[in-house]
Design a protein around this ligand. Structure first.
Ligand SMILES: NC(=O)c1ccc[n+]([C@@H]2O[C@H](COP(=O)([O-])OP(=O)(O)OC[C@H]3O[C@@H](n4cnc5c(N)ncnc54)[C@H](OP(=O)(O)O)[C@@H]3O)[C@@H](O)[C@H]2O)c1
Length: 297
């Protein structure tokens, strides 16, 4: 299987690559910056450029694409909707158009988000695939608009919605909740974390495994590829502090009323993973995952 991974310098793309390597798949990587360490098949392209996208598809001739590249900073998207749309919607459309033109039977796997939901499910239970989508933020709206392009792709497609991804990779351009907790508490800084945002934090390693599972199974449709535990950023932060022996009292519980972020976020967006589990997806509970994570100092 020839597999193309976009966003391979990012947290999810990197771990999809690692999962593919564990299975010795024929992997082609792309991103905008330099190749990640030890990447042999890497082409740097900006996915907002039609010529670059065409070059990429002709180079990789993929059987499967895992499209994880995106503008992922939710507040930055809110402040610059046009840029967010370009990176998240236009780039996805260009990839799909290039596949239709050159590789029309490629399996297209799009990495999406719990932020396509508004956080007001009819009953308070984890979201299931097929629940009503109503994004609150520009970022969530851009991912849902990209999903619409994916659903119109005439070839086989899957949408993998994930949530609050944590972990480490060597080429990260942004932090995540795990690194934020560790770095702030190590420096002795107070870290405010929400107690009124309910999520299913997802270990990047598990998300990578889940994406490769979808690829190997030729899975089609929408899947939640998230962690098995329901946490708030605050409760997750306490677990990180405990695992790294850091001062948990430096984590300050806050609510959306105390501090309103630039972009609105769903207050309740845990994802049910039963559908993916039926395929063989088996993510680690938070405490287990934290035992495995190594962060170079
Ligand atoms: N992180 C989360 O908590 C979370 C939660 C739910 C869903 N997701 C989804 O998961 C996916 C991966 O997220 P992540 O956390 O891995 O993000 P990330 O660490 O920010 O990585 C995203 C990557 O996308 C690449 N990229 C952005 N715009 C590009 C463009 N125009 N052309 C080519 N590459 C571009 C960047 O490449 P360069 O580094 O080379 O610039 C970057 O490495 C995204 O689709 C995101 O929406 C993430």
């Amino acid at each position: 299987m020839r597999l193309l991974i976009t966003g391979s310098r990012g947290l999810v793309g990197y771990h999809a690559w690692q999962a593919a390597q564990r299975r010795a798949l024929d992997v082609y990587l792309t991103g905008r910056g330099e190749a990640p360490p030890s990447a042999s098949n890497y082409l740097s392209e900006d996915l907002t450029q039609p010529e670059g996208v065409r070059r990429l598809i002709e180079w990789a001739r993929p059987d499967v694409v895992i499209h994880s590249a995106a503008m992922t900073l939710v507040d930055a998207c809110q402040e610059n909707p046009a840029l967010c749309w370009l990176h998240n919607v236009t780039a996805t459309r260009l990839l799909i158009e290039a596949l239709i033109a050159y590789m029309p039977s490629t399996h297209f796997i799009f990495v999406s988000t719990d932020f396509v939901y508004d956080g007001f499910p009819a009953i308070e239970r984890p979201y299931v695939e097929g629940d009503y989508e109503a994004p609150l933020s520009v970022y969530g709206a851009s991912k849902l608009a990209a999903e619409a392009w994916v659903k119109n792709y005439p070839g086989p497609w899957a949408i993998a919605r994930t949530a609050l991804v944590y972990g480490w990779a060597p080429t990260l351009a942004r932090d995540n909740i795990l690194l934020r907790v560790i770095y702030n508490l190590k420096e002795g800084r107070v870290l405010p974390l929400y107690i009124d945002q309910v999520r299913t934090p997802s270990w990047a390693h598990d998300v990578g495994e889940g994406l490769i599972l979808l690829a190997e199974k030729g899975a089609q449709g929408i899947f939640h590829i998230a962690g098995p535990d329901i946490e708030t950023p605050y409760s997750f932060g306490l677990k990180v502090a405990q695992a790294w022996h850091l001062p948990a009292e430096k984590i300050q519980p806050i609510t959306g009323e105390d501090y309103q972020p630039i972009a609105p976020r769903p207050s309740y967006s845990p994802l049910s993973i039963a559908k993916a589990q039926a395929l063989g997806y088996n993510p680690h509970p938070v405490e287990e995952a934290l035992k495995h994570i190594k962060i170079p100092s």
